[in-house]
Design a protein. Structure first.
Length: 107
């Protein structure tokens, strides 16, 4: 299961409202990269791909590809805004170590 906080859902709705017609959700993928070995890749999405797990939050969808499903299972996604930065943040129980910049993790 992947969970989105209300703030993350509100932000995603705002992004979708300004996106290309037909966009209805967020794709979350885990790729190799960053100083700890893995990093999240996000993108707005229109459709499900083969093997995707789809989580629904009323009118929103979160798409997770098959390779990322075990890594993000149980993850909570929030959106923060501060003087230093703003963006989606991930509370992932499967992340063993997070780098000091918070942009990558090991699984």
């Amino acid at each position: 299961m992947v969970a989105l906080t209300e703030k993350a859902q509100d932000t995603l709705r705002r992004l979708i409202a300004n996106a290309e017609a037909g966009t209805n959700g967020l794709r979350i993928m885990v790729d190799q990269g960053g100083c700890s070995g893995l990093q999240y890749t996000l993108g707005l999405e229109k459709t499900r791909c083969d093997g995707d797990r789809v989580y629904e939050f009323n009118d929103l969808k979160v798409y997770v590809d098959p390779q990322s499903q075990d890594i993000v299972d149980g993850m909570n996604v929030d959106f923060v805004e501060s003087v230093e930065a703003s963006g989606f943040v991930f509370e992932n129980p499967n992340a063993k170590d997070v780098c000091s910049c918070g942009k990558s993790f090991s699984g």
